[in-house]
Ligand binder design. Structure first.
Ligand code: ADP
Length: 166
């Protein structure tokens, strides 16, 4: 059985992320979507727990997609969960440079136990990012092309909580 880990901040999960998750679930026996706490990123829109709950809601009917939250290094989480590879989504050449270094470090840390597999989102989602979605949302523009309705509703709920219902 080939299990893979798909780590990210998912703040929030976008249709770009979902496209990668669905491709990975077609290719491998199990995908462990891992919501990571990134200490170098400032406090985001959703807490770690909230981000995980949103993804669980999206995939609760999918038997081979598991959702967990973790801190620390993705490669350690992969070894702990017996994942043979880390899935990364590639968007641009600038992503590539970073990913080449990361996969090498992860191979070294894991003694060649954890490989990296890069996937590409379908063209309509290739440039979608969580930060772009948050910016567009702040401007009160439609984000339905970039996130699932479940995510959009949670974003509206969060805005109402923060600014109070009008
Ligand atoms: P972001 O970089 O948007 O903050 P994450 O840290 O949550 O997102 O990203 C997790 C992984 O998903 C990374 O490998 C990232 O490159 C990939 N990814 C994010 N958005 C897309 C997309 N639209 N197409 C392909 N890969 C993506």
């Amino acid at each position: 059985m080939t299990k893979v880990l798909y780590p990210g901040s998912f703040d929030p999960i976008t249709k770009g992320h979902m496209n990668i998750i669905e491709q990975a679930s077609d290719l491998f026996d199990e995908v462990v979507v891992t919501v990571m706490q990134n200490p170098s990123k400032k406090e985001g829109m959703f807490t770690l727990e909230e981000r995980m709950e949103i993804i669980k809601e999206l995939y609760h009917r999918m038997n081979n997609i598991k959702v967990i939250a973790a801190t620390g290094a993705a490669v350690d989480v992969a070894m702990l969960n017996e994942c043979k590879a880390i899935i990364r989504g590639l968007r641009s050449l600038s992503d590539y440079d970073y990913e080449v270094q990361l996969q090498q470090i992860n191979k070294e840390i894991s003694n060649n136990k954890v490989n990296t597999v890069c996937l590409f989102a379908d063209k309509e989602y290739q440039f979608v990012s969580s930060s772009m979605v948050k910016e567009v949302f702040k401007l009160d523009k439609d984000i339905s092309n970039y996130v699932d309705p479940v995510v959009q509703n949670q974003m509206i709920k969060k805005r109402d909580e923060v600014y109070g219902r009008s």
